[in-house]
Structures are given as C-alpha cells and as structure tokens.
Design a binder for this molecule. Structure first.
Ligand code: PLP
Length: 396
C-alpha cells in the first residue's frame, strides 16, 4: 500500500495535456501546442561550451552540496548588479532547479500542520510541494479587478496561529502579473507584523514587458529581507530547463538547513550544469534581451488576437510567457451538439477536433480559465489562434 502522502498527490496537469499532445504528434497528427512551460529557444552556445569544457577537463565529480563557490559568488554578483541586493555566498544554496529549491525551503521550514498561504491562480506545484512536506496549503482567491494579485487585507483574514509562510510569484505563472512596489510594501508589513516567511519565486524576473519593473520584496528593507527566501534559477532566463540548476538566497541559518537536507537527499547539483550556470550568470546577457524581445512581440500579437475573439477575455501579462484566458462565456454553449461544461472539456474538444493544445485552469486553482503559453514560434501562434477562432465559431 502506498503512503498517504503519495496517494494525495495529483499529477501535474501541465505535463498531462503535454503528454496527450505529444502522443497525437507521434501518431503523425499536426498538433499546435500552447502548453509549453519552457522557452522554445536553444541554450545559448557559450553556455553549452562551458559544459563541454567542464566534461573535457574532468569536472565530473561530487561538488560541495550547496554548490561550487564560484557559482554562489556569481549568484551574489547578479543579485547585487540586477537587484541591488547584498547577499554573501553562505546565504546561497544551489539546487537541482527552482522546483527542488522550493522543496528544500518547505522541508527546512515546515512542521506537520503548518500553513502556507498560496494566492490563486498559482503555479501548479506549490500546493503539492507543501503537502509533500506535511504542510497545509491555504488558498486565497485573488480578484480579476486586482489583476489576480493578493491584497494585504486578504492575507490578514487568512492568518491563523499555524500560518508559517506566504508564497509570492512575481512575475506570475500563470497570469503574467507583476506586483508593484506599493503592493509589496503592504504585503511586507503584514509579513513583518506576523513573523511570516515570504517564499518569493522570481524565476521570471528577466522576462518583463512594456514599462513594468521587477521589484524583489527583499529589497524593501532589512526586516523583510530576513524573512524572505528568494527562489530563482537559470531555466527560464537562459533557456536551460533541462540542465536543472536553481538557487535560493536567504538568511544563513535557513541556507545551512537547506544545504544539510540537500546533502542527504541529492548530494549536489550536477557538476557540469553548475559550470554551465556559472557561464550563464557571468557571461554576456544580450542573449536574454534577445529572447525577451521575441517573447514580447508574441505577447503583443496574442493579446490583440485573443481580445478580438468572441467569448474570451484576458488581462495583458506583464511578464513570464503565458496568457491566462477566461473561458467562462463558452461554458453555456455547445460544440457539434456536445455541451462545453468546463475548461477541461474545452481543452479536450479543442485538442481532439482542432489539434490545438492548451492547459485548462483547474490545476492552477482557476477552473474557468485556460493557460496559453507563447513559448512557441510566431507561425505556430498564428496558425493555432486561427484554429481556435474556427472552433469558437462552431459554438452555439
Ligand atoms: C518553471 C517554474 C519553476 C521551476 O523551475 P526549474 O528551475 O526548472 O525547476 C518554478 N516556479 C515557477 C513559477 C515556474 O514557472
């Protein structure tokens, strides 16, 4: 019999629609995928070269559990240059991806029954990772009129004596929204007053469009910085999802606990990938700007096209590479006689009859929505949205 823990986990819905789309593709069907949760670009050449050099030089052994010193220094340097944040190498823990960093944080902070506040729509793995670490996810529904961002007064209402931490994700996956300085200041003051940890997932900090700016909550003052654990990594910024390198910046005591945990359950992040991540963080950054600009063009096209379609509404994303679209107006309707009950069914009909893949919102805690990734070529986007429009025209 499996553990209770194992049985209460729901498999990642972003991966399951992806699996279905991949299967159709392997059967020779031409599927257009808006499901991707990763950049469609190749890892830049100078980063790959650093990894090849690492292999050729025999840098293929165990490293310190929390990462090689030069990589931790490179993380500190980027935090300082990009965000004016001052961290020392002993405050950095390099892991096997930001997802692994999140698991390290929960493992280091949570006792059984501790509550973690998660604003919805949320990234699919947050509640599951909290549960795997014996914590209790406390979901707060954000409002569309607040651009899906949690308000300080909502946090205050959700507090209990067991509240341990809050997860912030700005820019957000799936909504692409970014918290402003004023919003963060209010949230920080609730966190400070109630001694809450803020787990700040900033993996999309470099993918920001228009006039928006990324403000790390830790930059608002020493008190909030002490309570914040920054989660970041190279996956989204440098198109390095497969390399599996993430990192945290936190108080030294939390960093040491995470490093000790990691030393037992993972030993160390991959030695070769650490060298590649070092090259990414210390090398030329124009590759990031080039990818960002491409994402921005696609975003603009997607927002304009989807806004012009019947039944669908969305708020323009300020960052990341997703459009979070409200599908509610399609639900009272029928497709070839079949009632469209919810976004799961809509996603299935769309995939089956028009070979377009998108991710239904249920896994993000927002069942009336669907997530469209624009980490795919402009040609795919054009063709996919044309098919979507034809589908919508068939609804009655
Ligand atoms: C992709 C993603 C991660 C995980 O990134 P890895 O470093 O590849 O593990 C974490 N948080 C959010 C919000 C993401 O979208």
């Amino acid at each position: 019999m499996l553990s209770r823990k194992a049985m209460q986990i729901t498999p990642s819905p972003t991966l399951s629609i992806d699996a279905k789309a991949k299967q159709l593709k392997s059967e020779g069907k031409d599927v257009i995928g808006f499901g991707a949760g990763e950049p469609d670009f190749d890892t830049p050449a100078h980063i790959k070269k650093a990894a090849i050099d690492a292999i050729n030089r025999g840098f293929t052994k165990y490293t310190p559990a929390s990462g090689i010193p030069e990589l931790k220094e490179a993380v500190c340097a980027r935090l300082s240059i990009d965000n004016h944040l001052n961290y020392q190498p002993q405050q950095i823990v390099v892991s096997n991806g930001a997802k692994h960093s999140l698991n390290n944080v929960f493992s280091a902070l949570l006792n059984r029954g501790d509550e973690v506040i998660i604003p919805a729509p949320y990234w699919v793995s947050y509640p599951e990772l909290v549960k795997l670490n014996e914590g209790v996810p406390v979901i707060i529904e954000t409002k569309k009129e607040h651009n899906y961002k949690v308000r300080a007064e909502q946090l205050e209402k959700a507090l209990t004596p067991r509240t341990k931490a809050l997860i912030l994700n700005s820019p957000s996956n799936p909504t692409g929204q970014i918290y402003t300085r004023e919003e963060l200041e209010e949230i920080a003051s609730v966190a400070i007053k109630n001694n809450l940890f803020v787990i700040s997932d900033e993996v999309y900090e470099k993918l920001i469009y228009g006039q928006s700016k990324h403000i790390p909550i830790a930059s608002l003052g020493e008190e909030i910085k002490k309570l914040t654990i920054i989660i970041n990594g190279v996956s989204k910024t440098y198109a390095m999802t497969g390399w599996r390198i993430g990192f945290t910046a936190s108080e030294p005591g939390i960093a040491k606990a995470m490093a000790d945990i990691q030393s037992h359950n993972a030993s160390n992040p991959n030695s070769i990938a650490q060298k590649a991540a070092y090259a990414a963080l210390t090398g030329p950054q124009d590759c990031v700007e080039e990818m960002r600009r491409t994402f921005e063009e696609r975003r603009n096209y997607m927002v304009a096209s989807i806004s012009a379609m019947p039944y669908l509404t969305c708020i323009e994303p300020q960052g990341a590479f997703y459009l979070f679209v409200n599908m509610k107006e399609t639900f009272p309707r029928r497709f070839r006689g079949i009632p469209v009950k919810n976004s799961d069914q809509l996603a299935e009909l769309l995939l089956e009859h028009y070979r377009v893949a998108l991710v239904p919102g249920r896994g993000f805690g927002a069942p009336e929505y669907a997530r469209f990734s624009y980490a795919t070529s402009m040609d795919n986007i054009r063709a996919g949205l044309e098919r979507l429009e034809s589908f919508l025209k068939e609804l009655h």
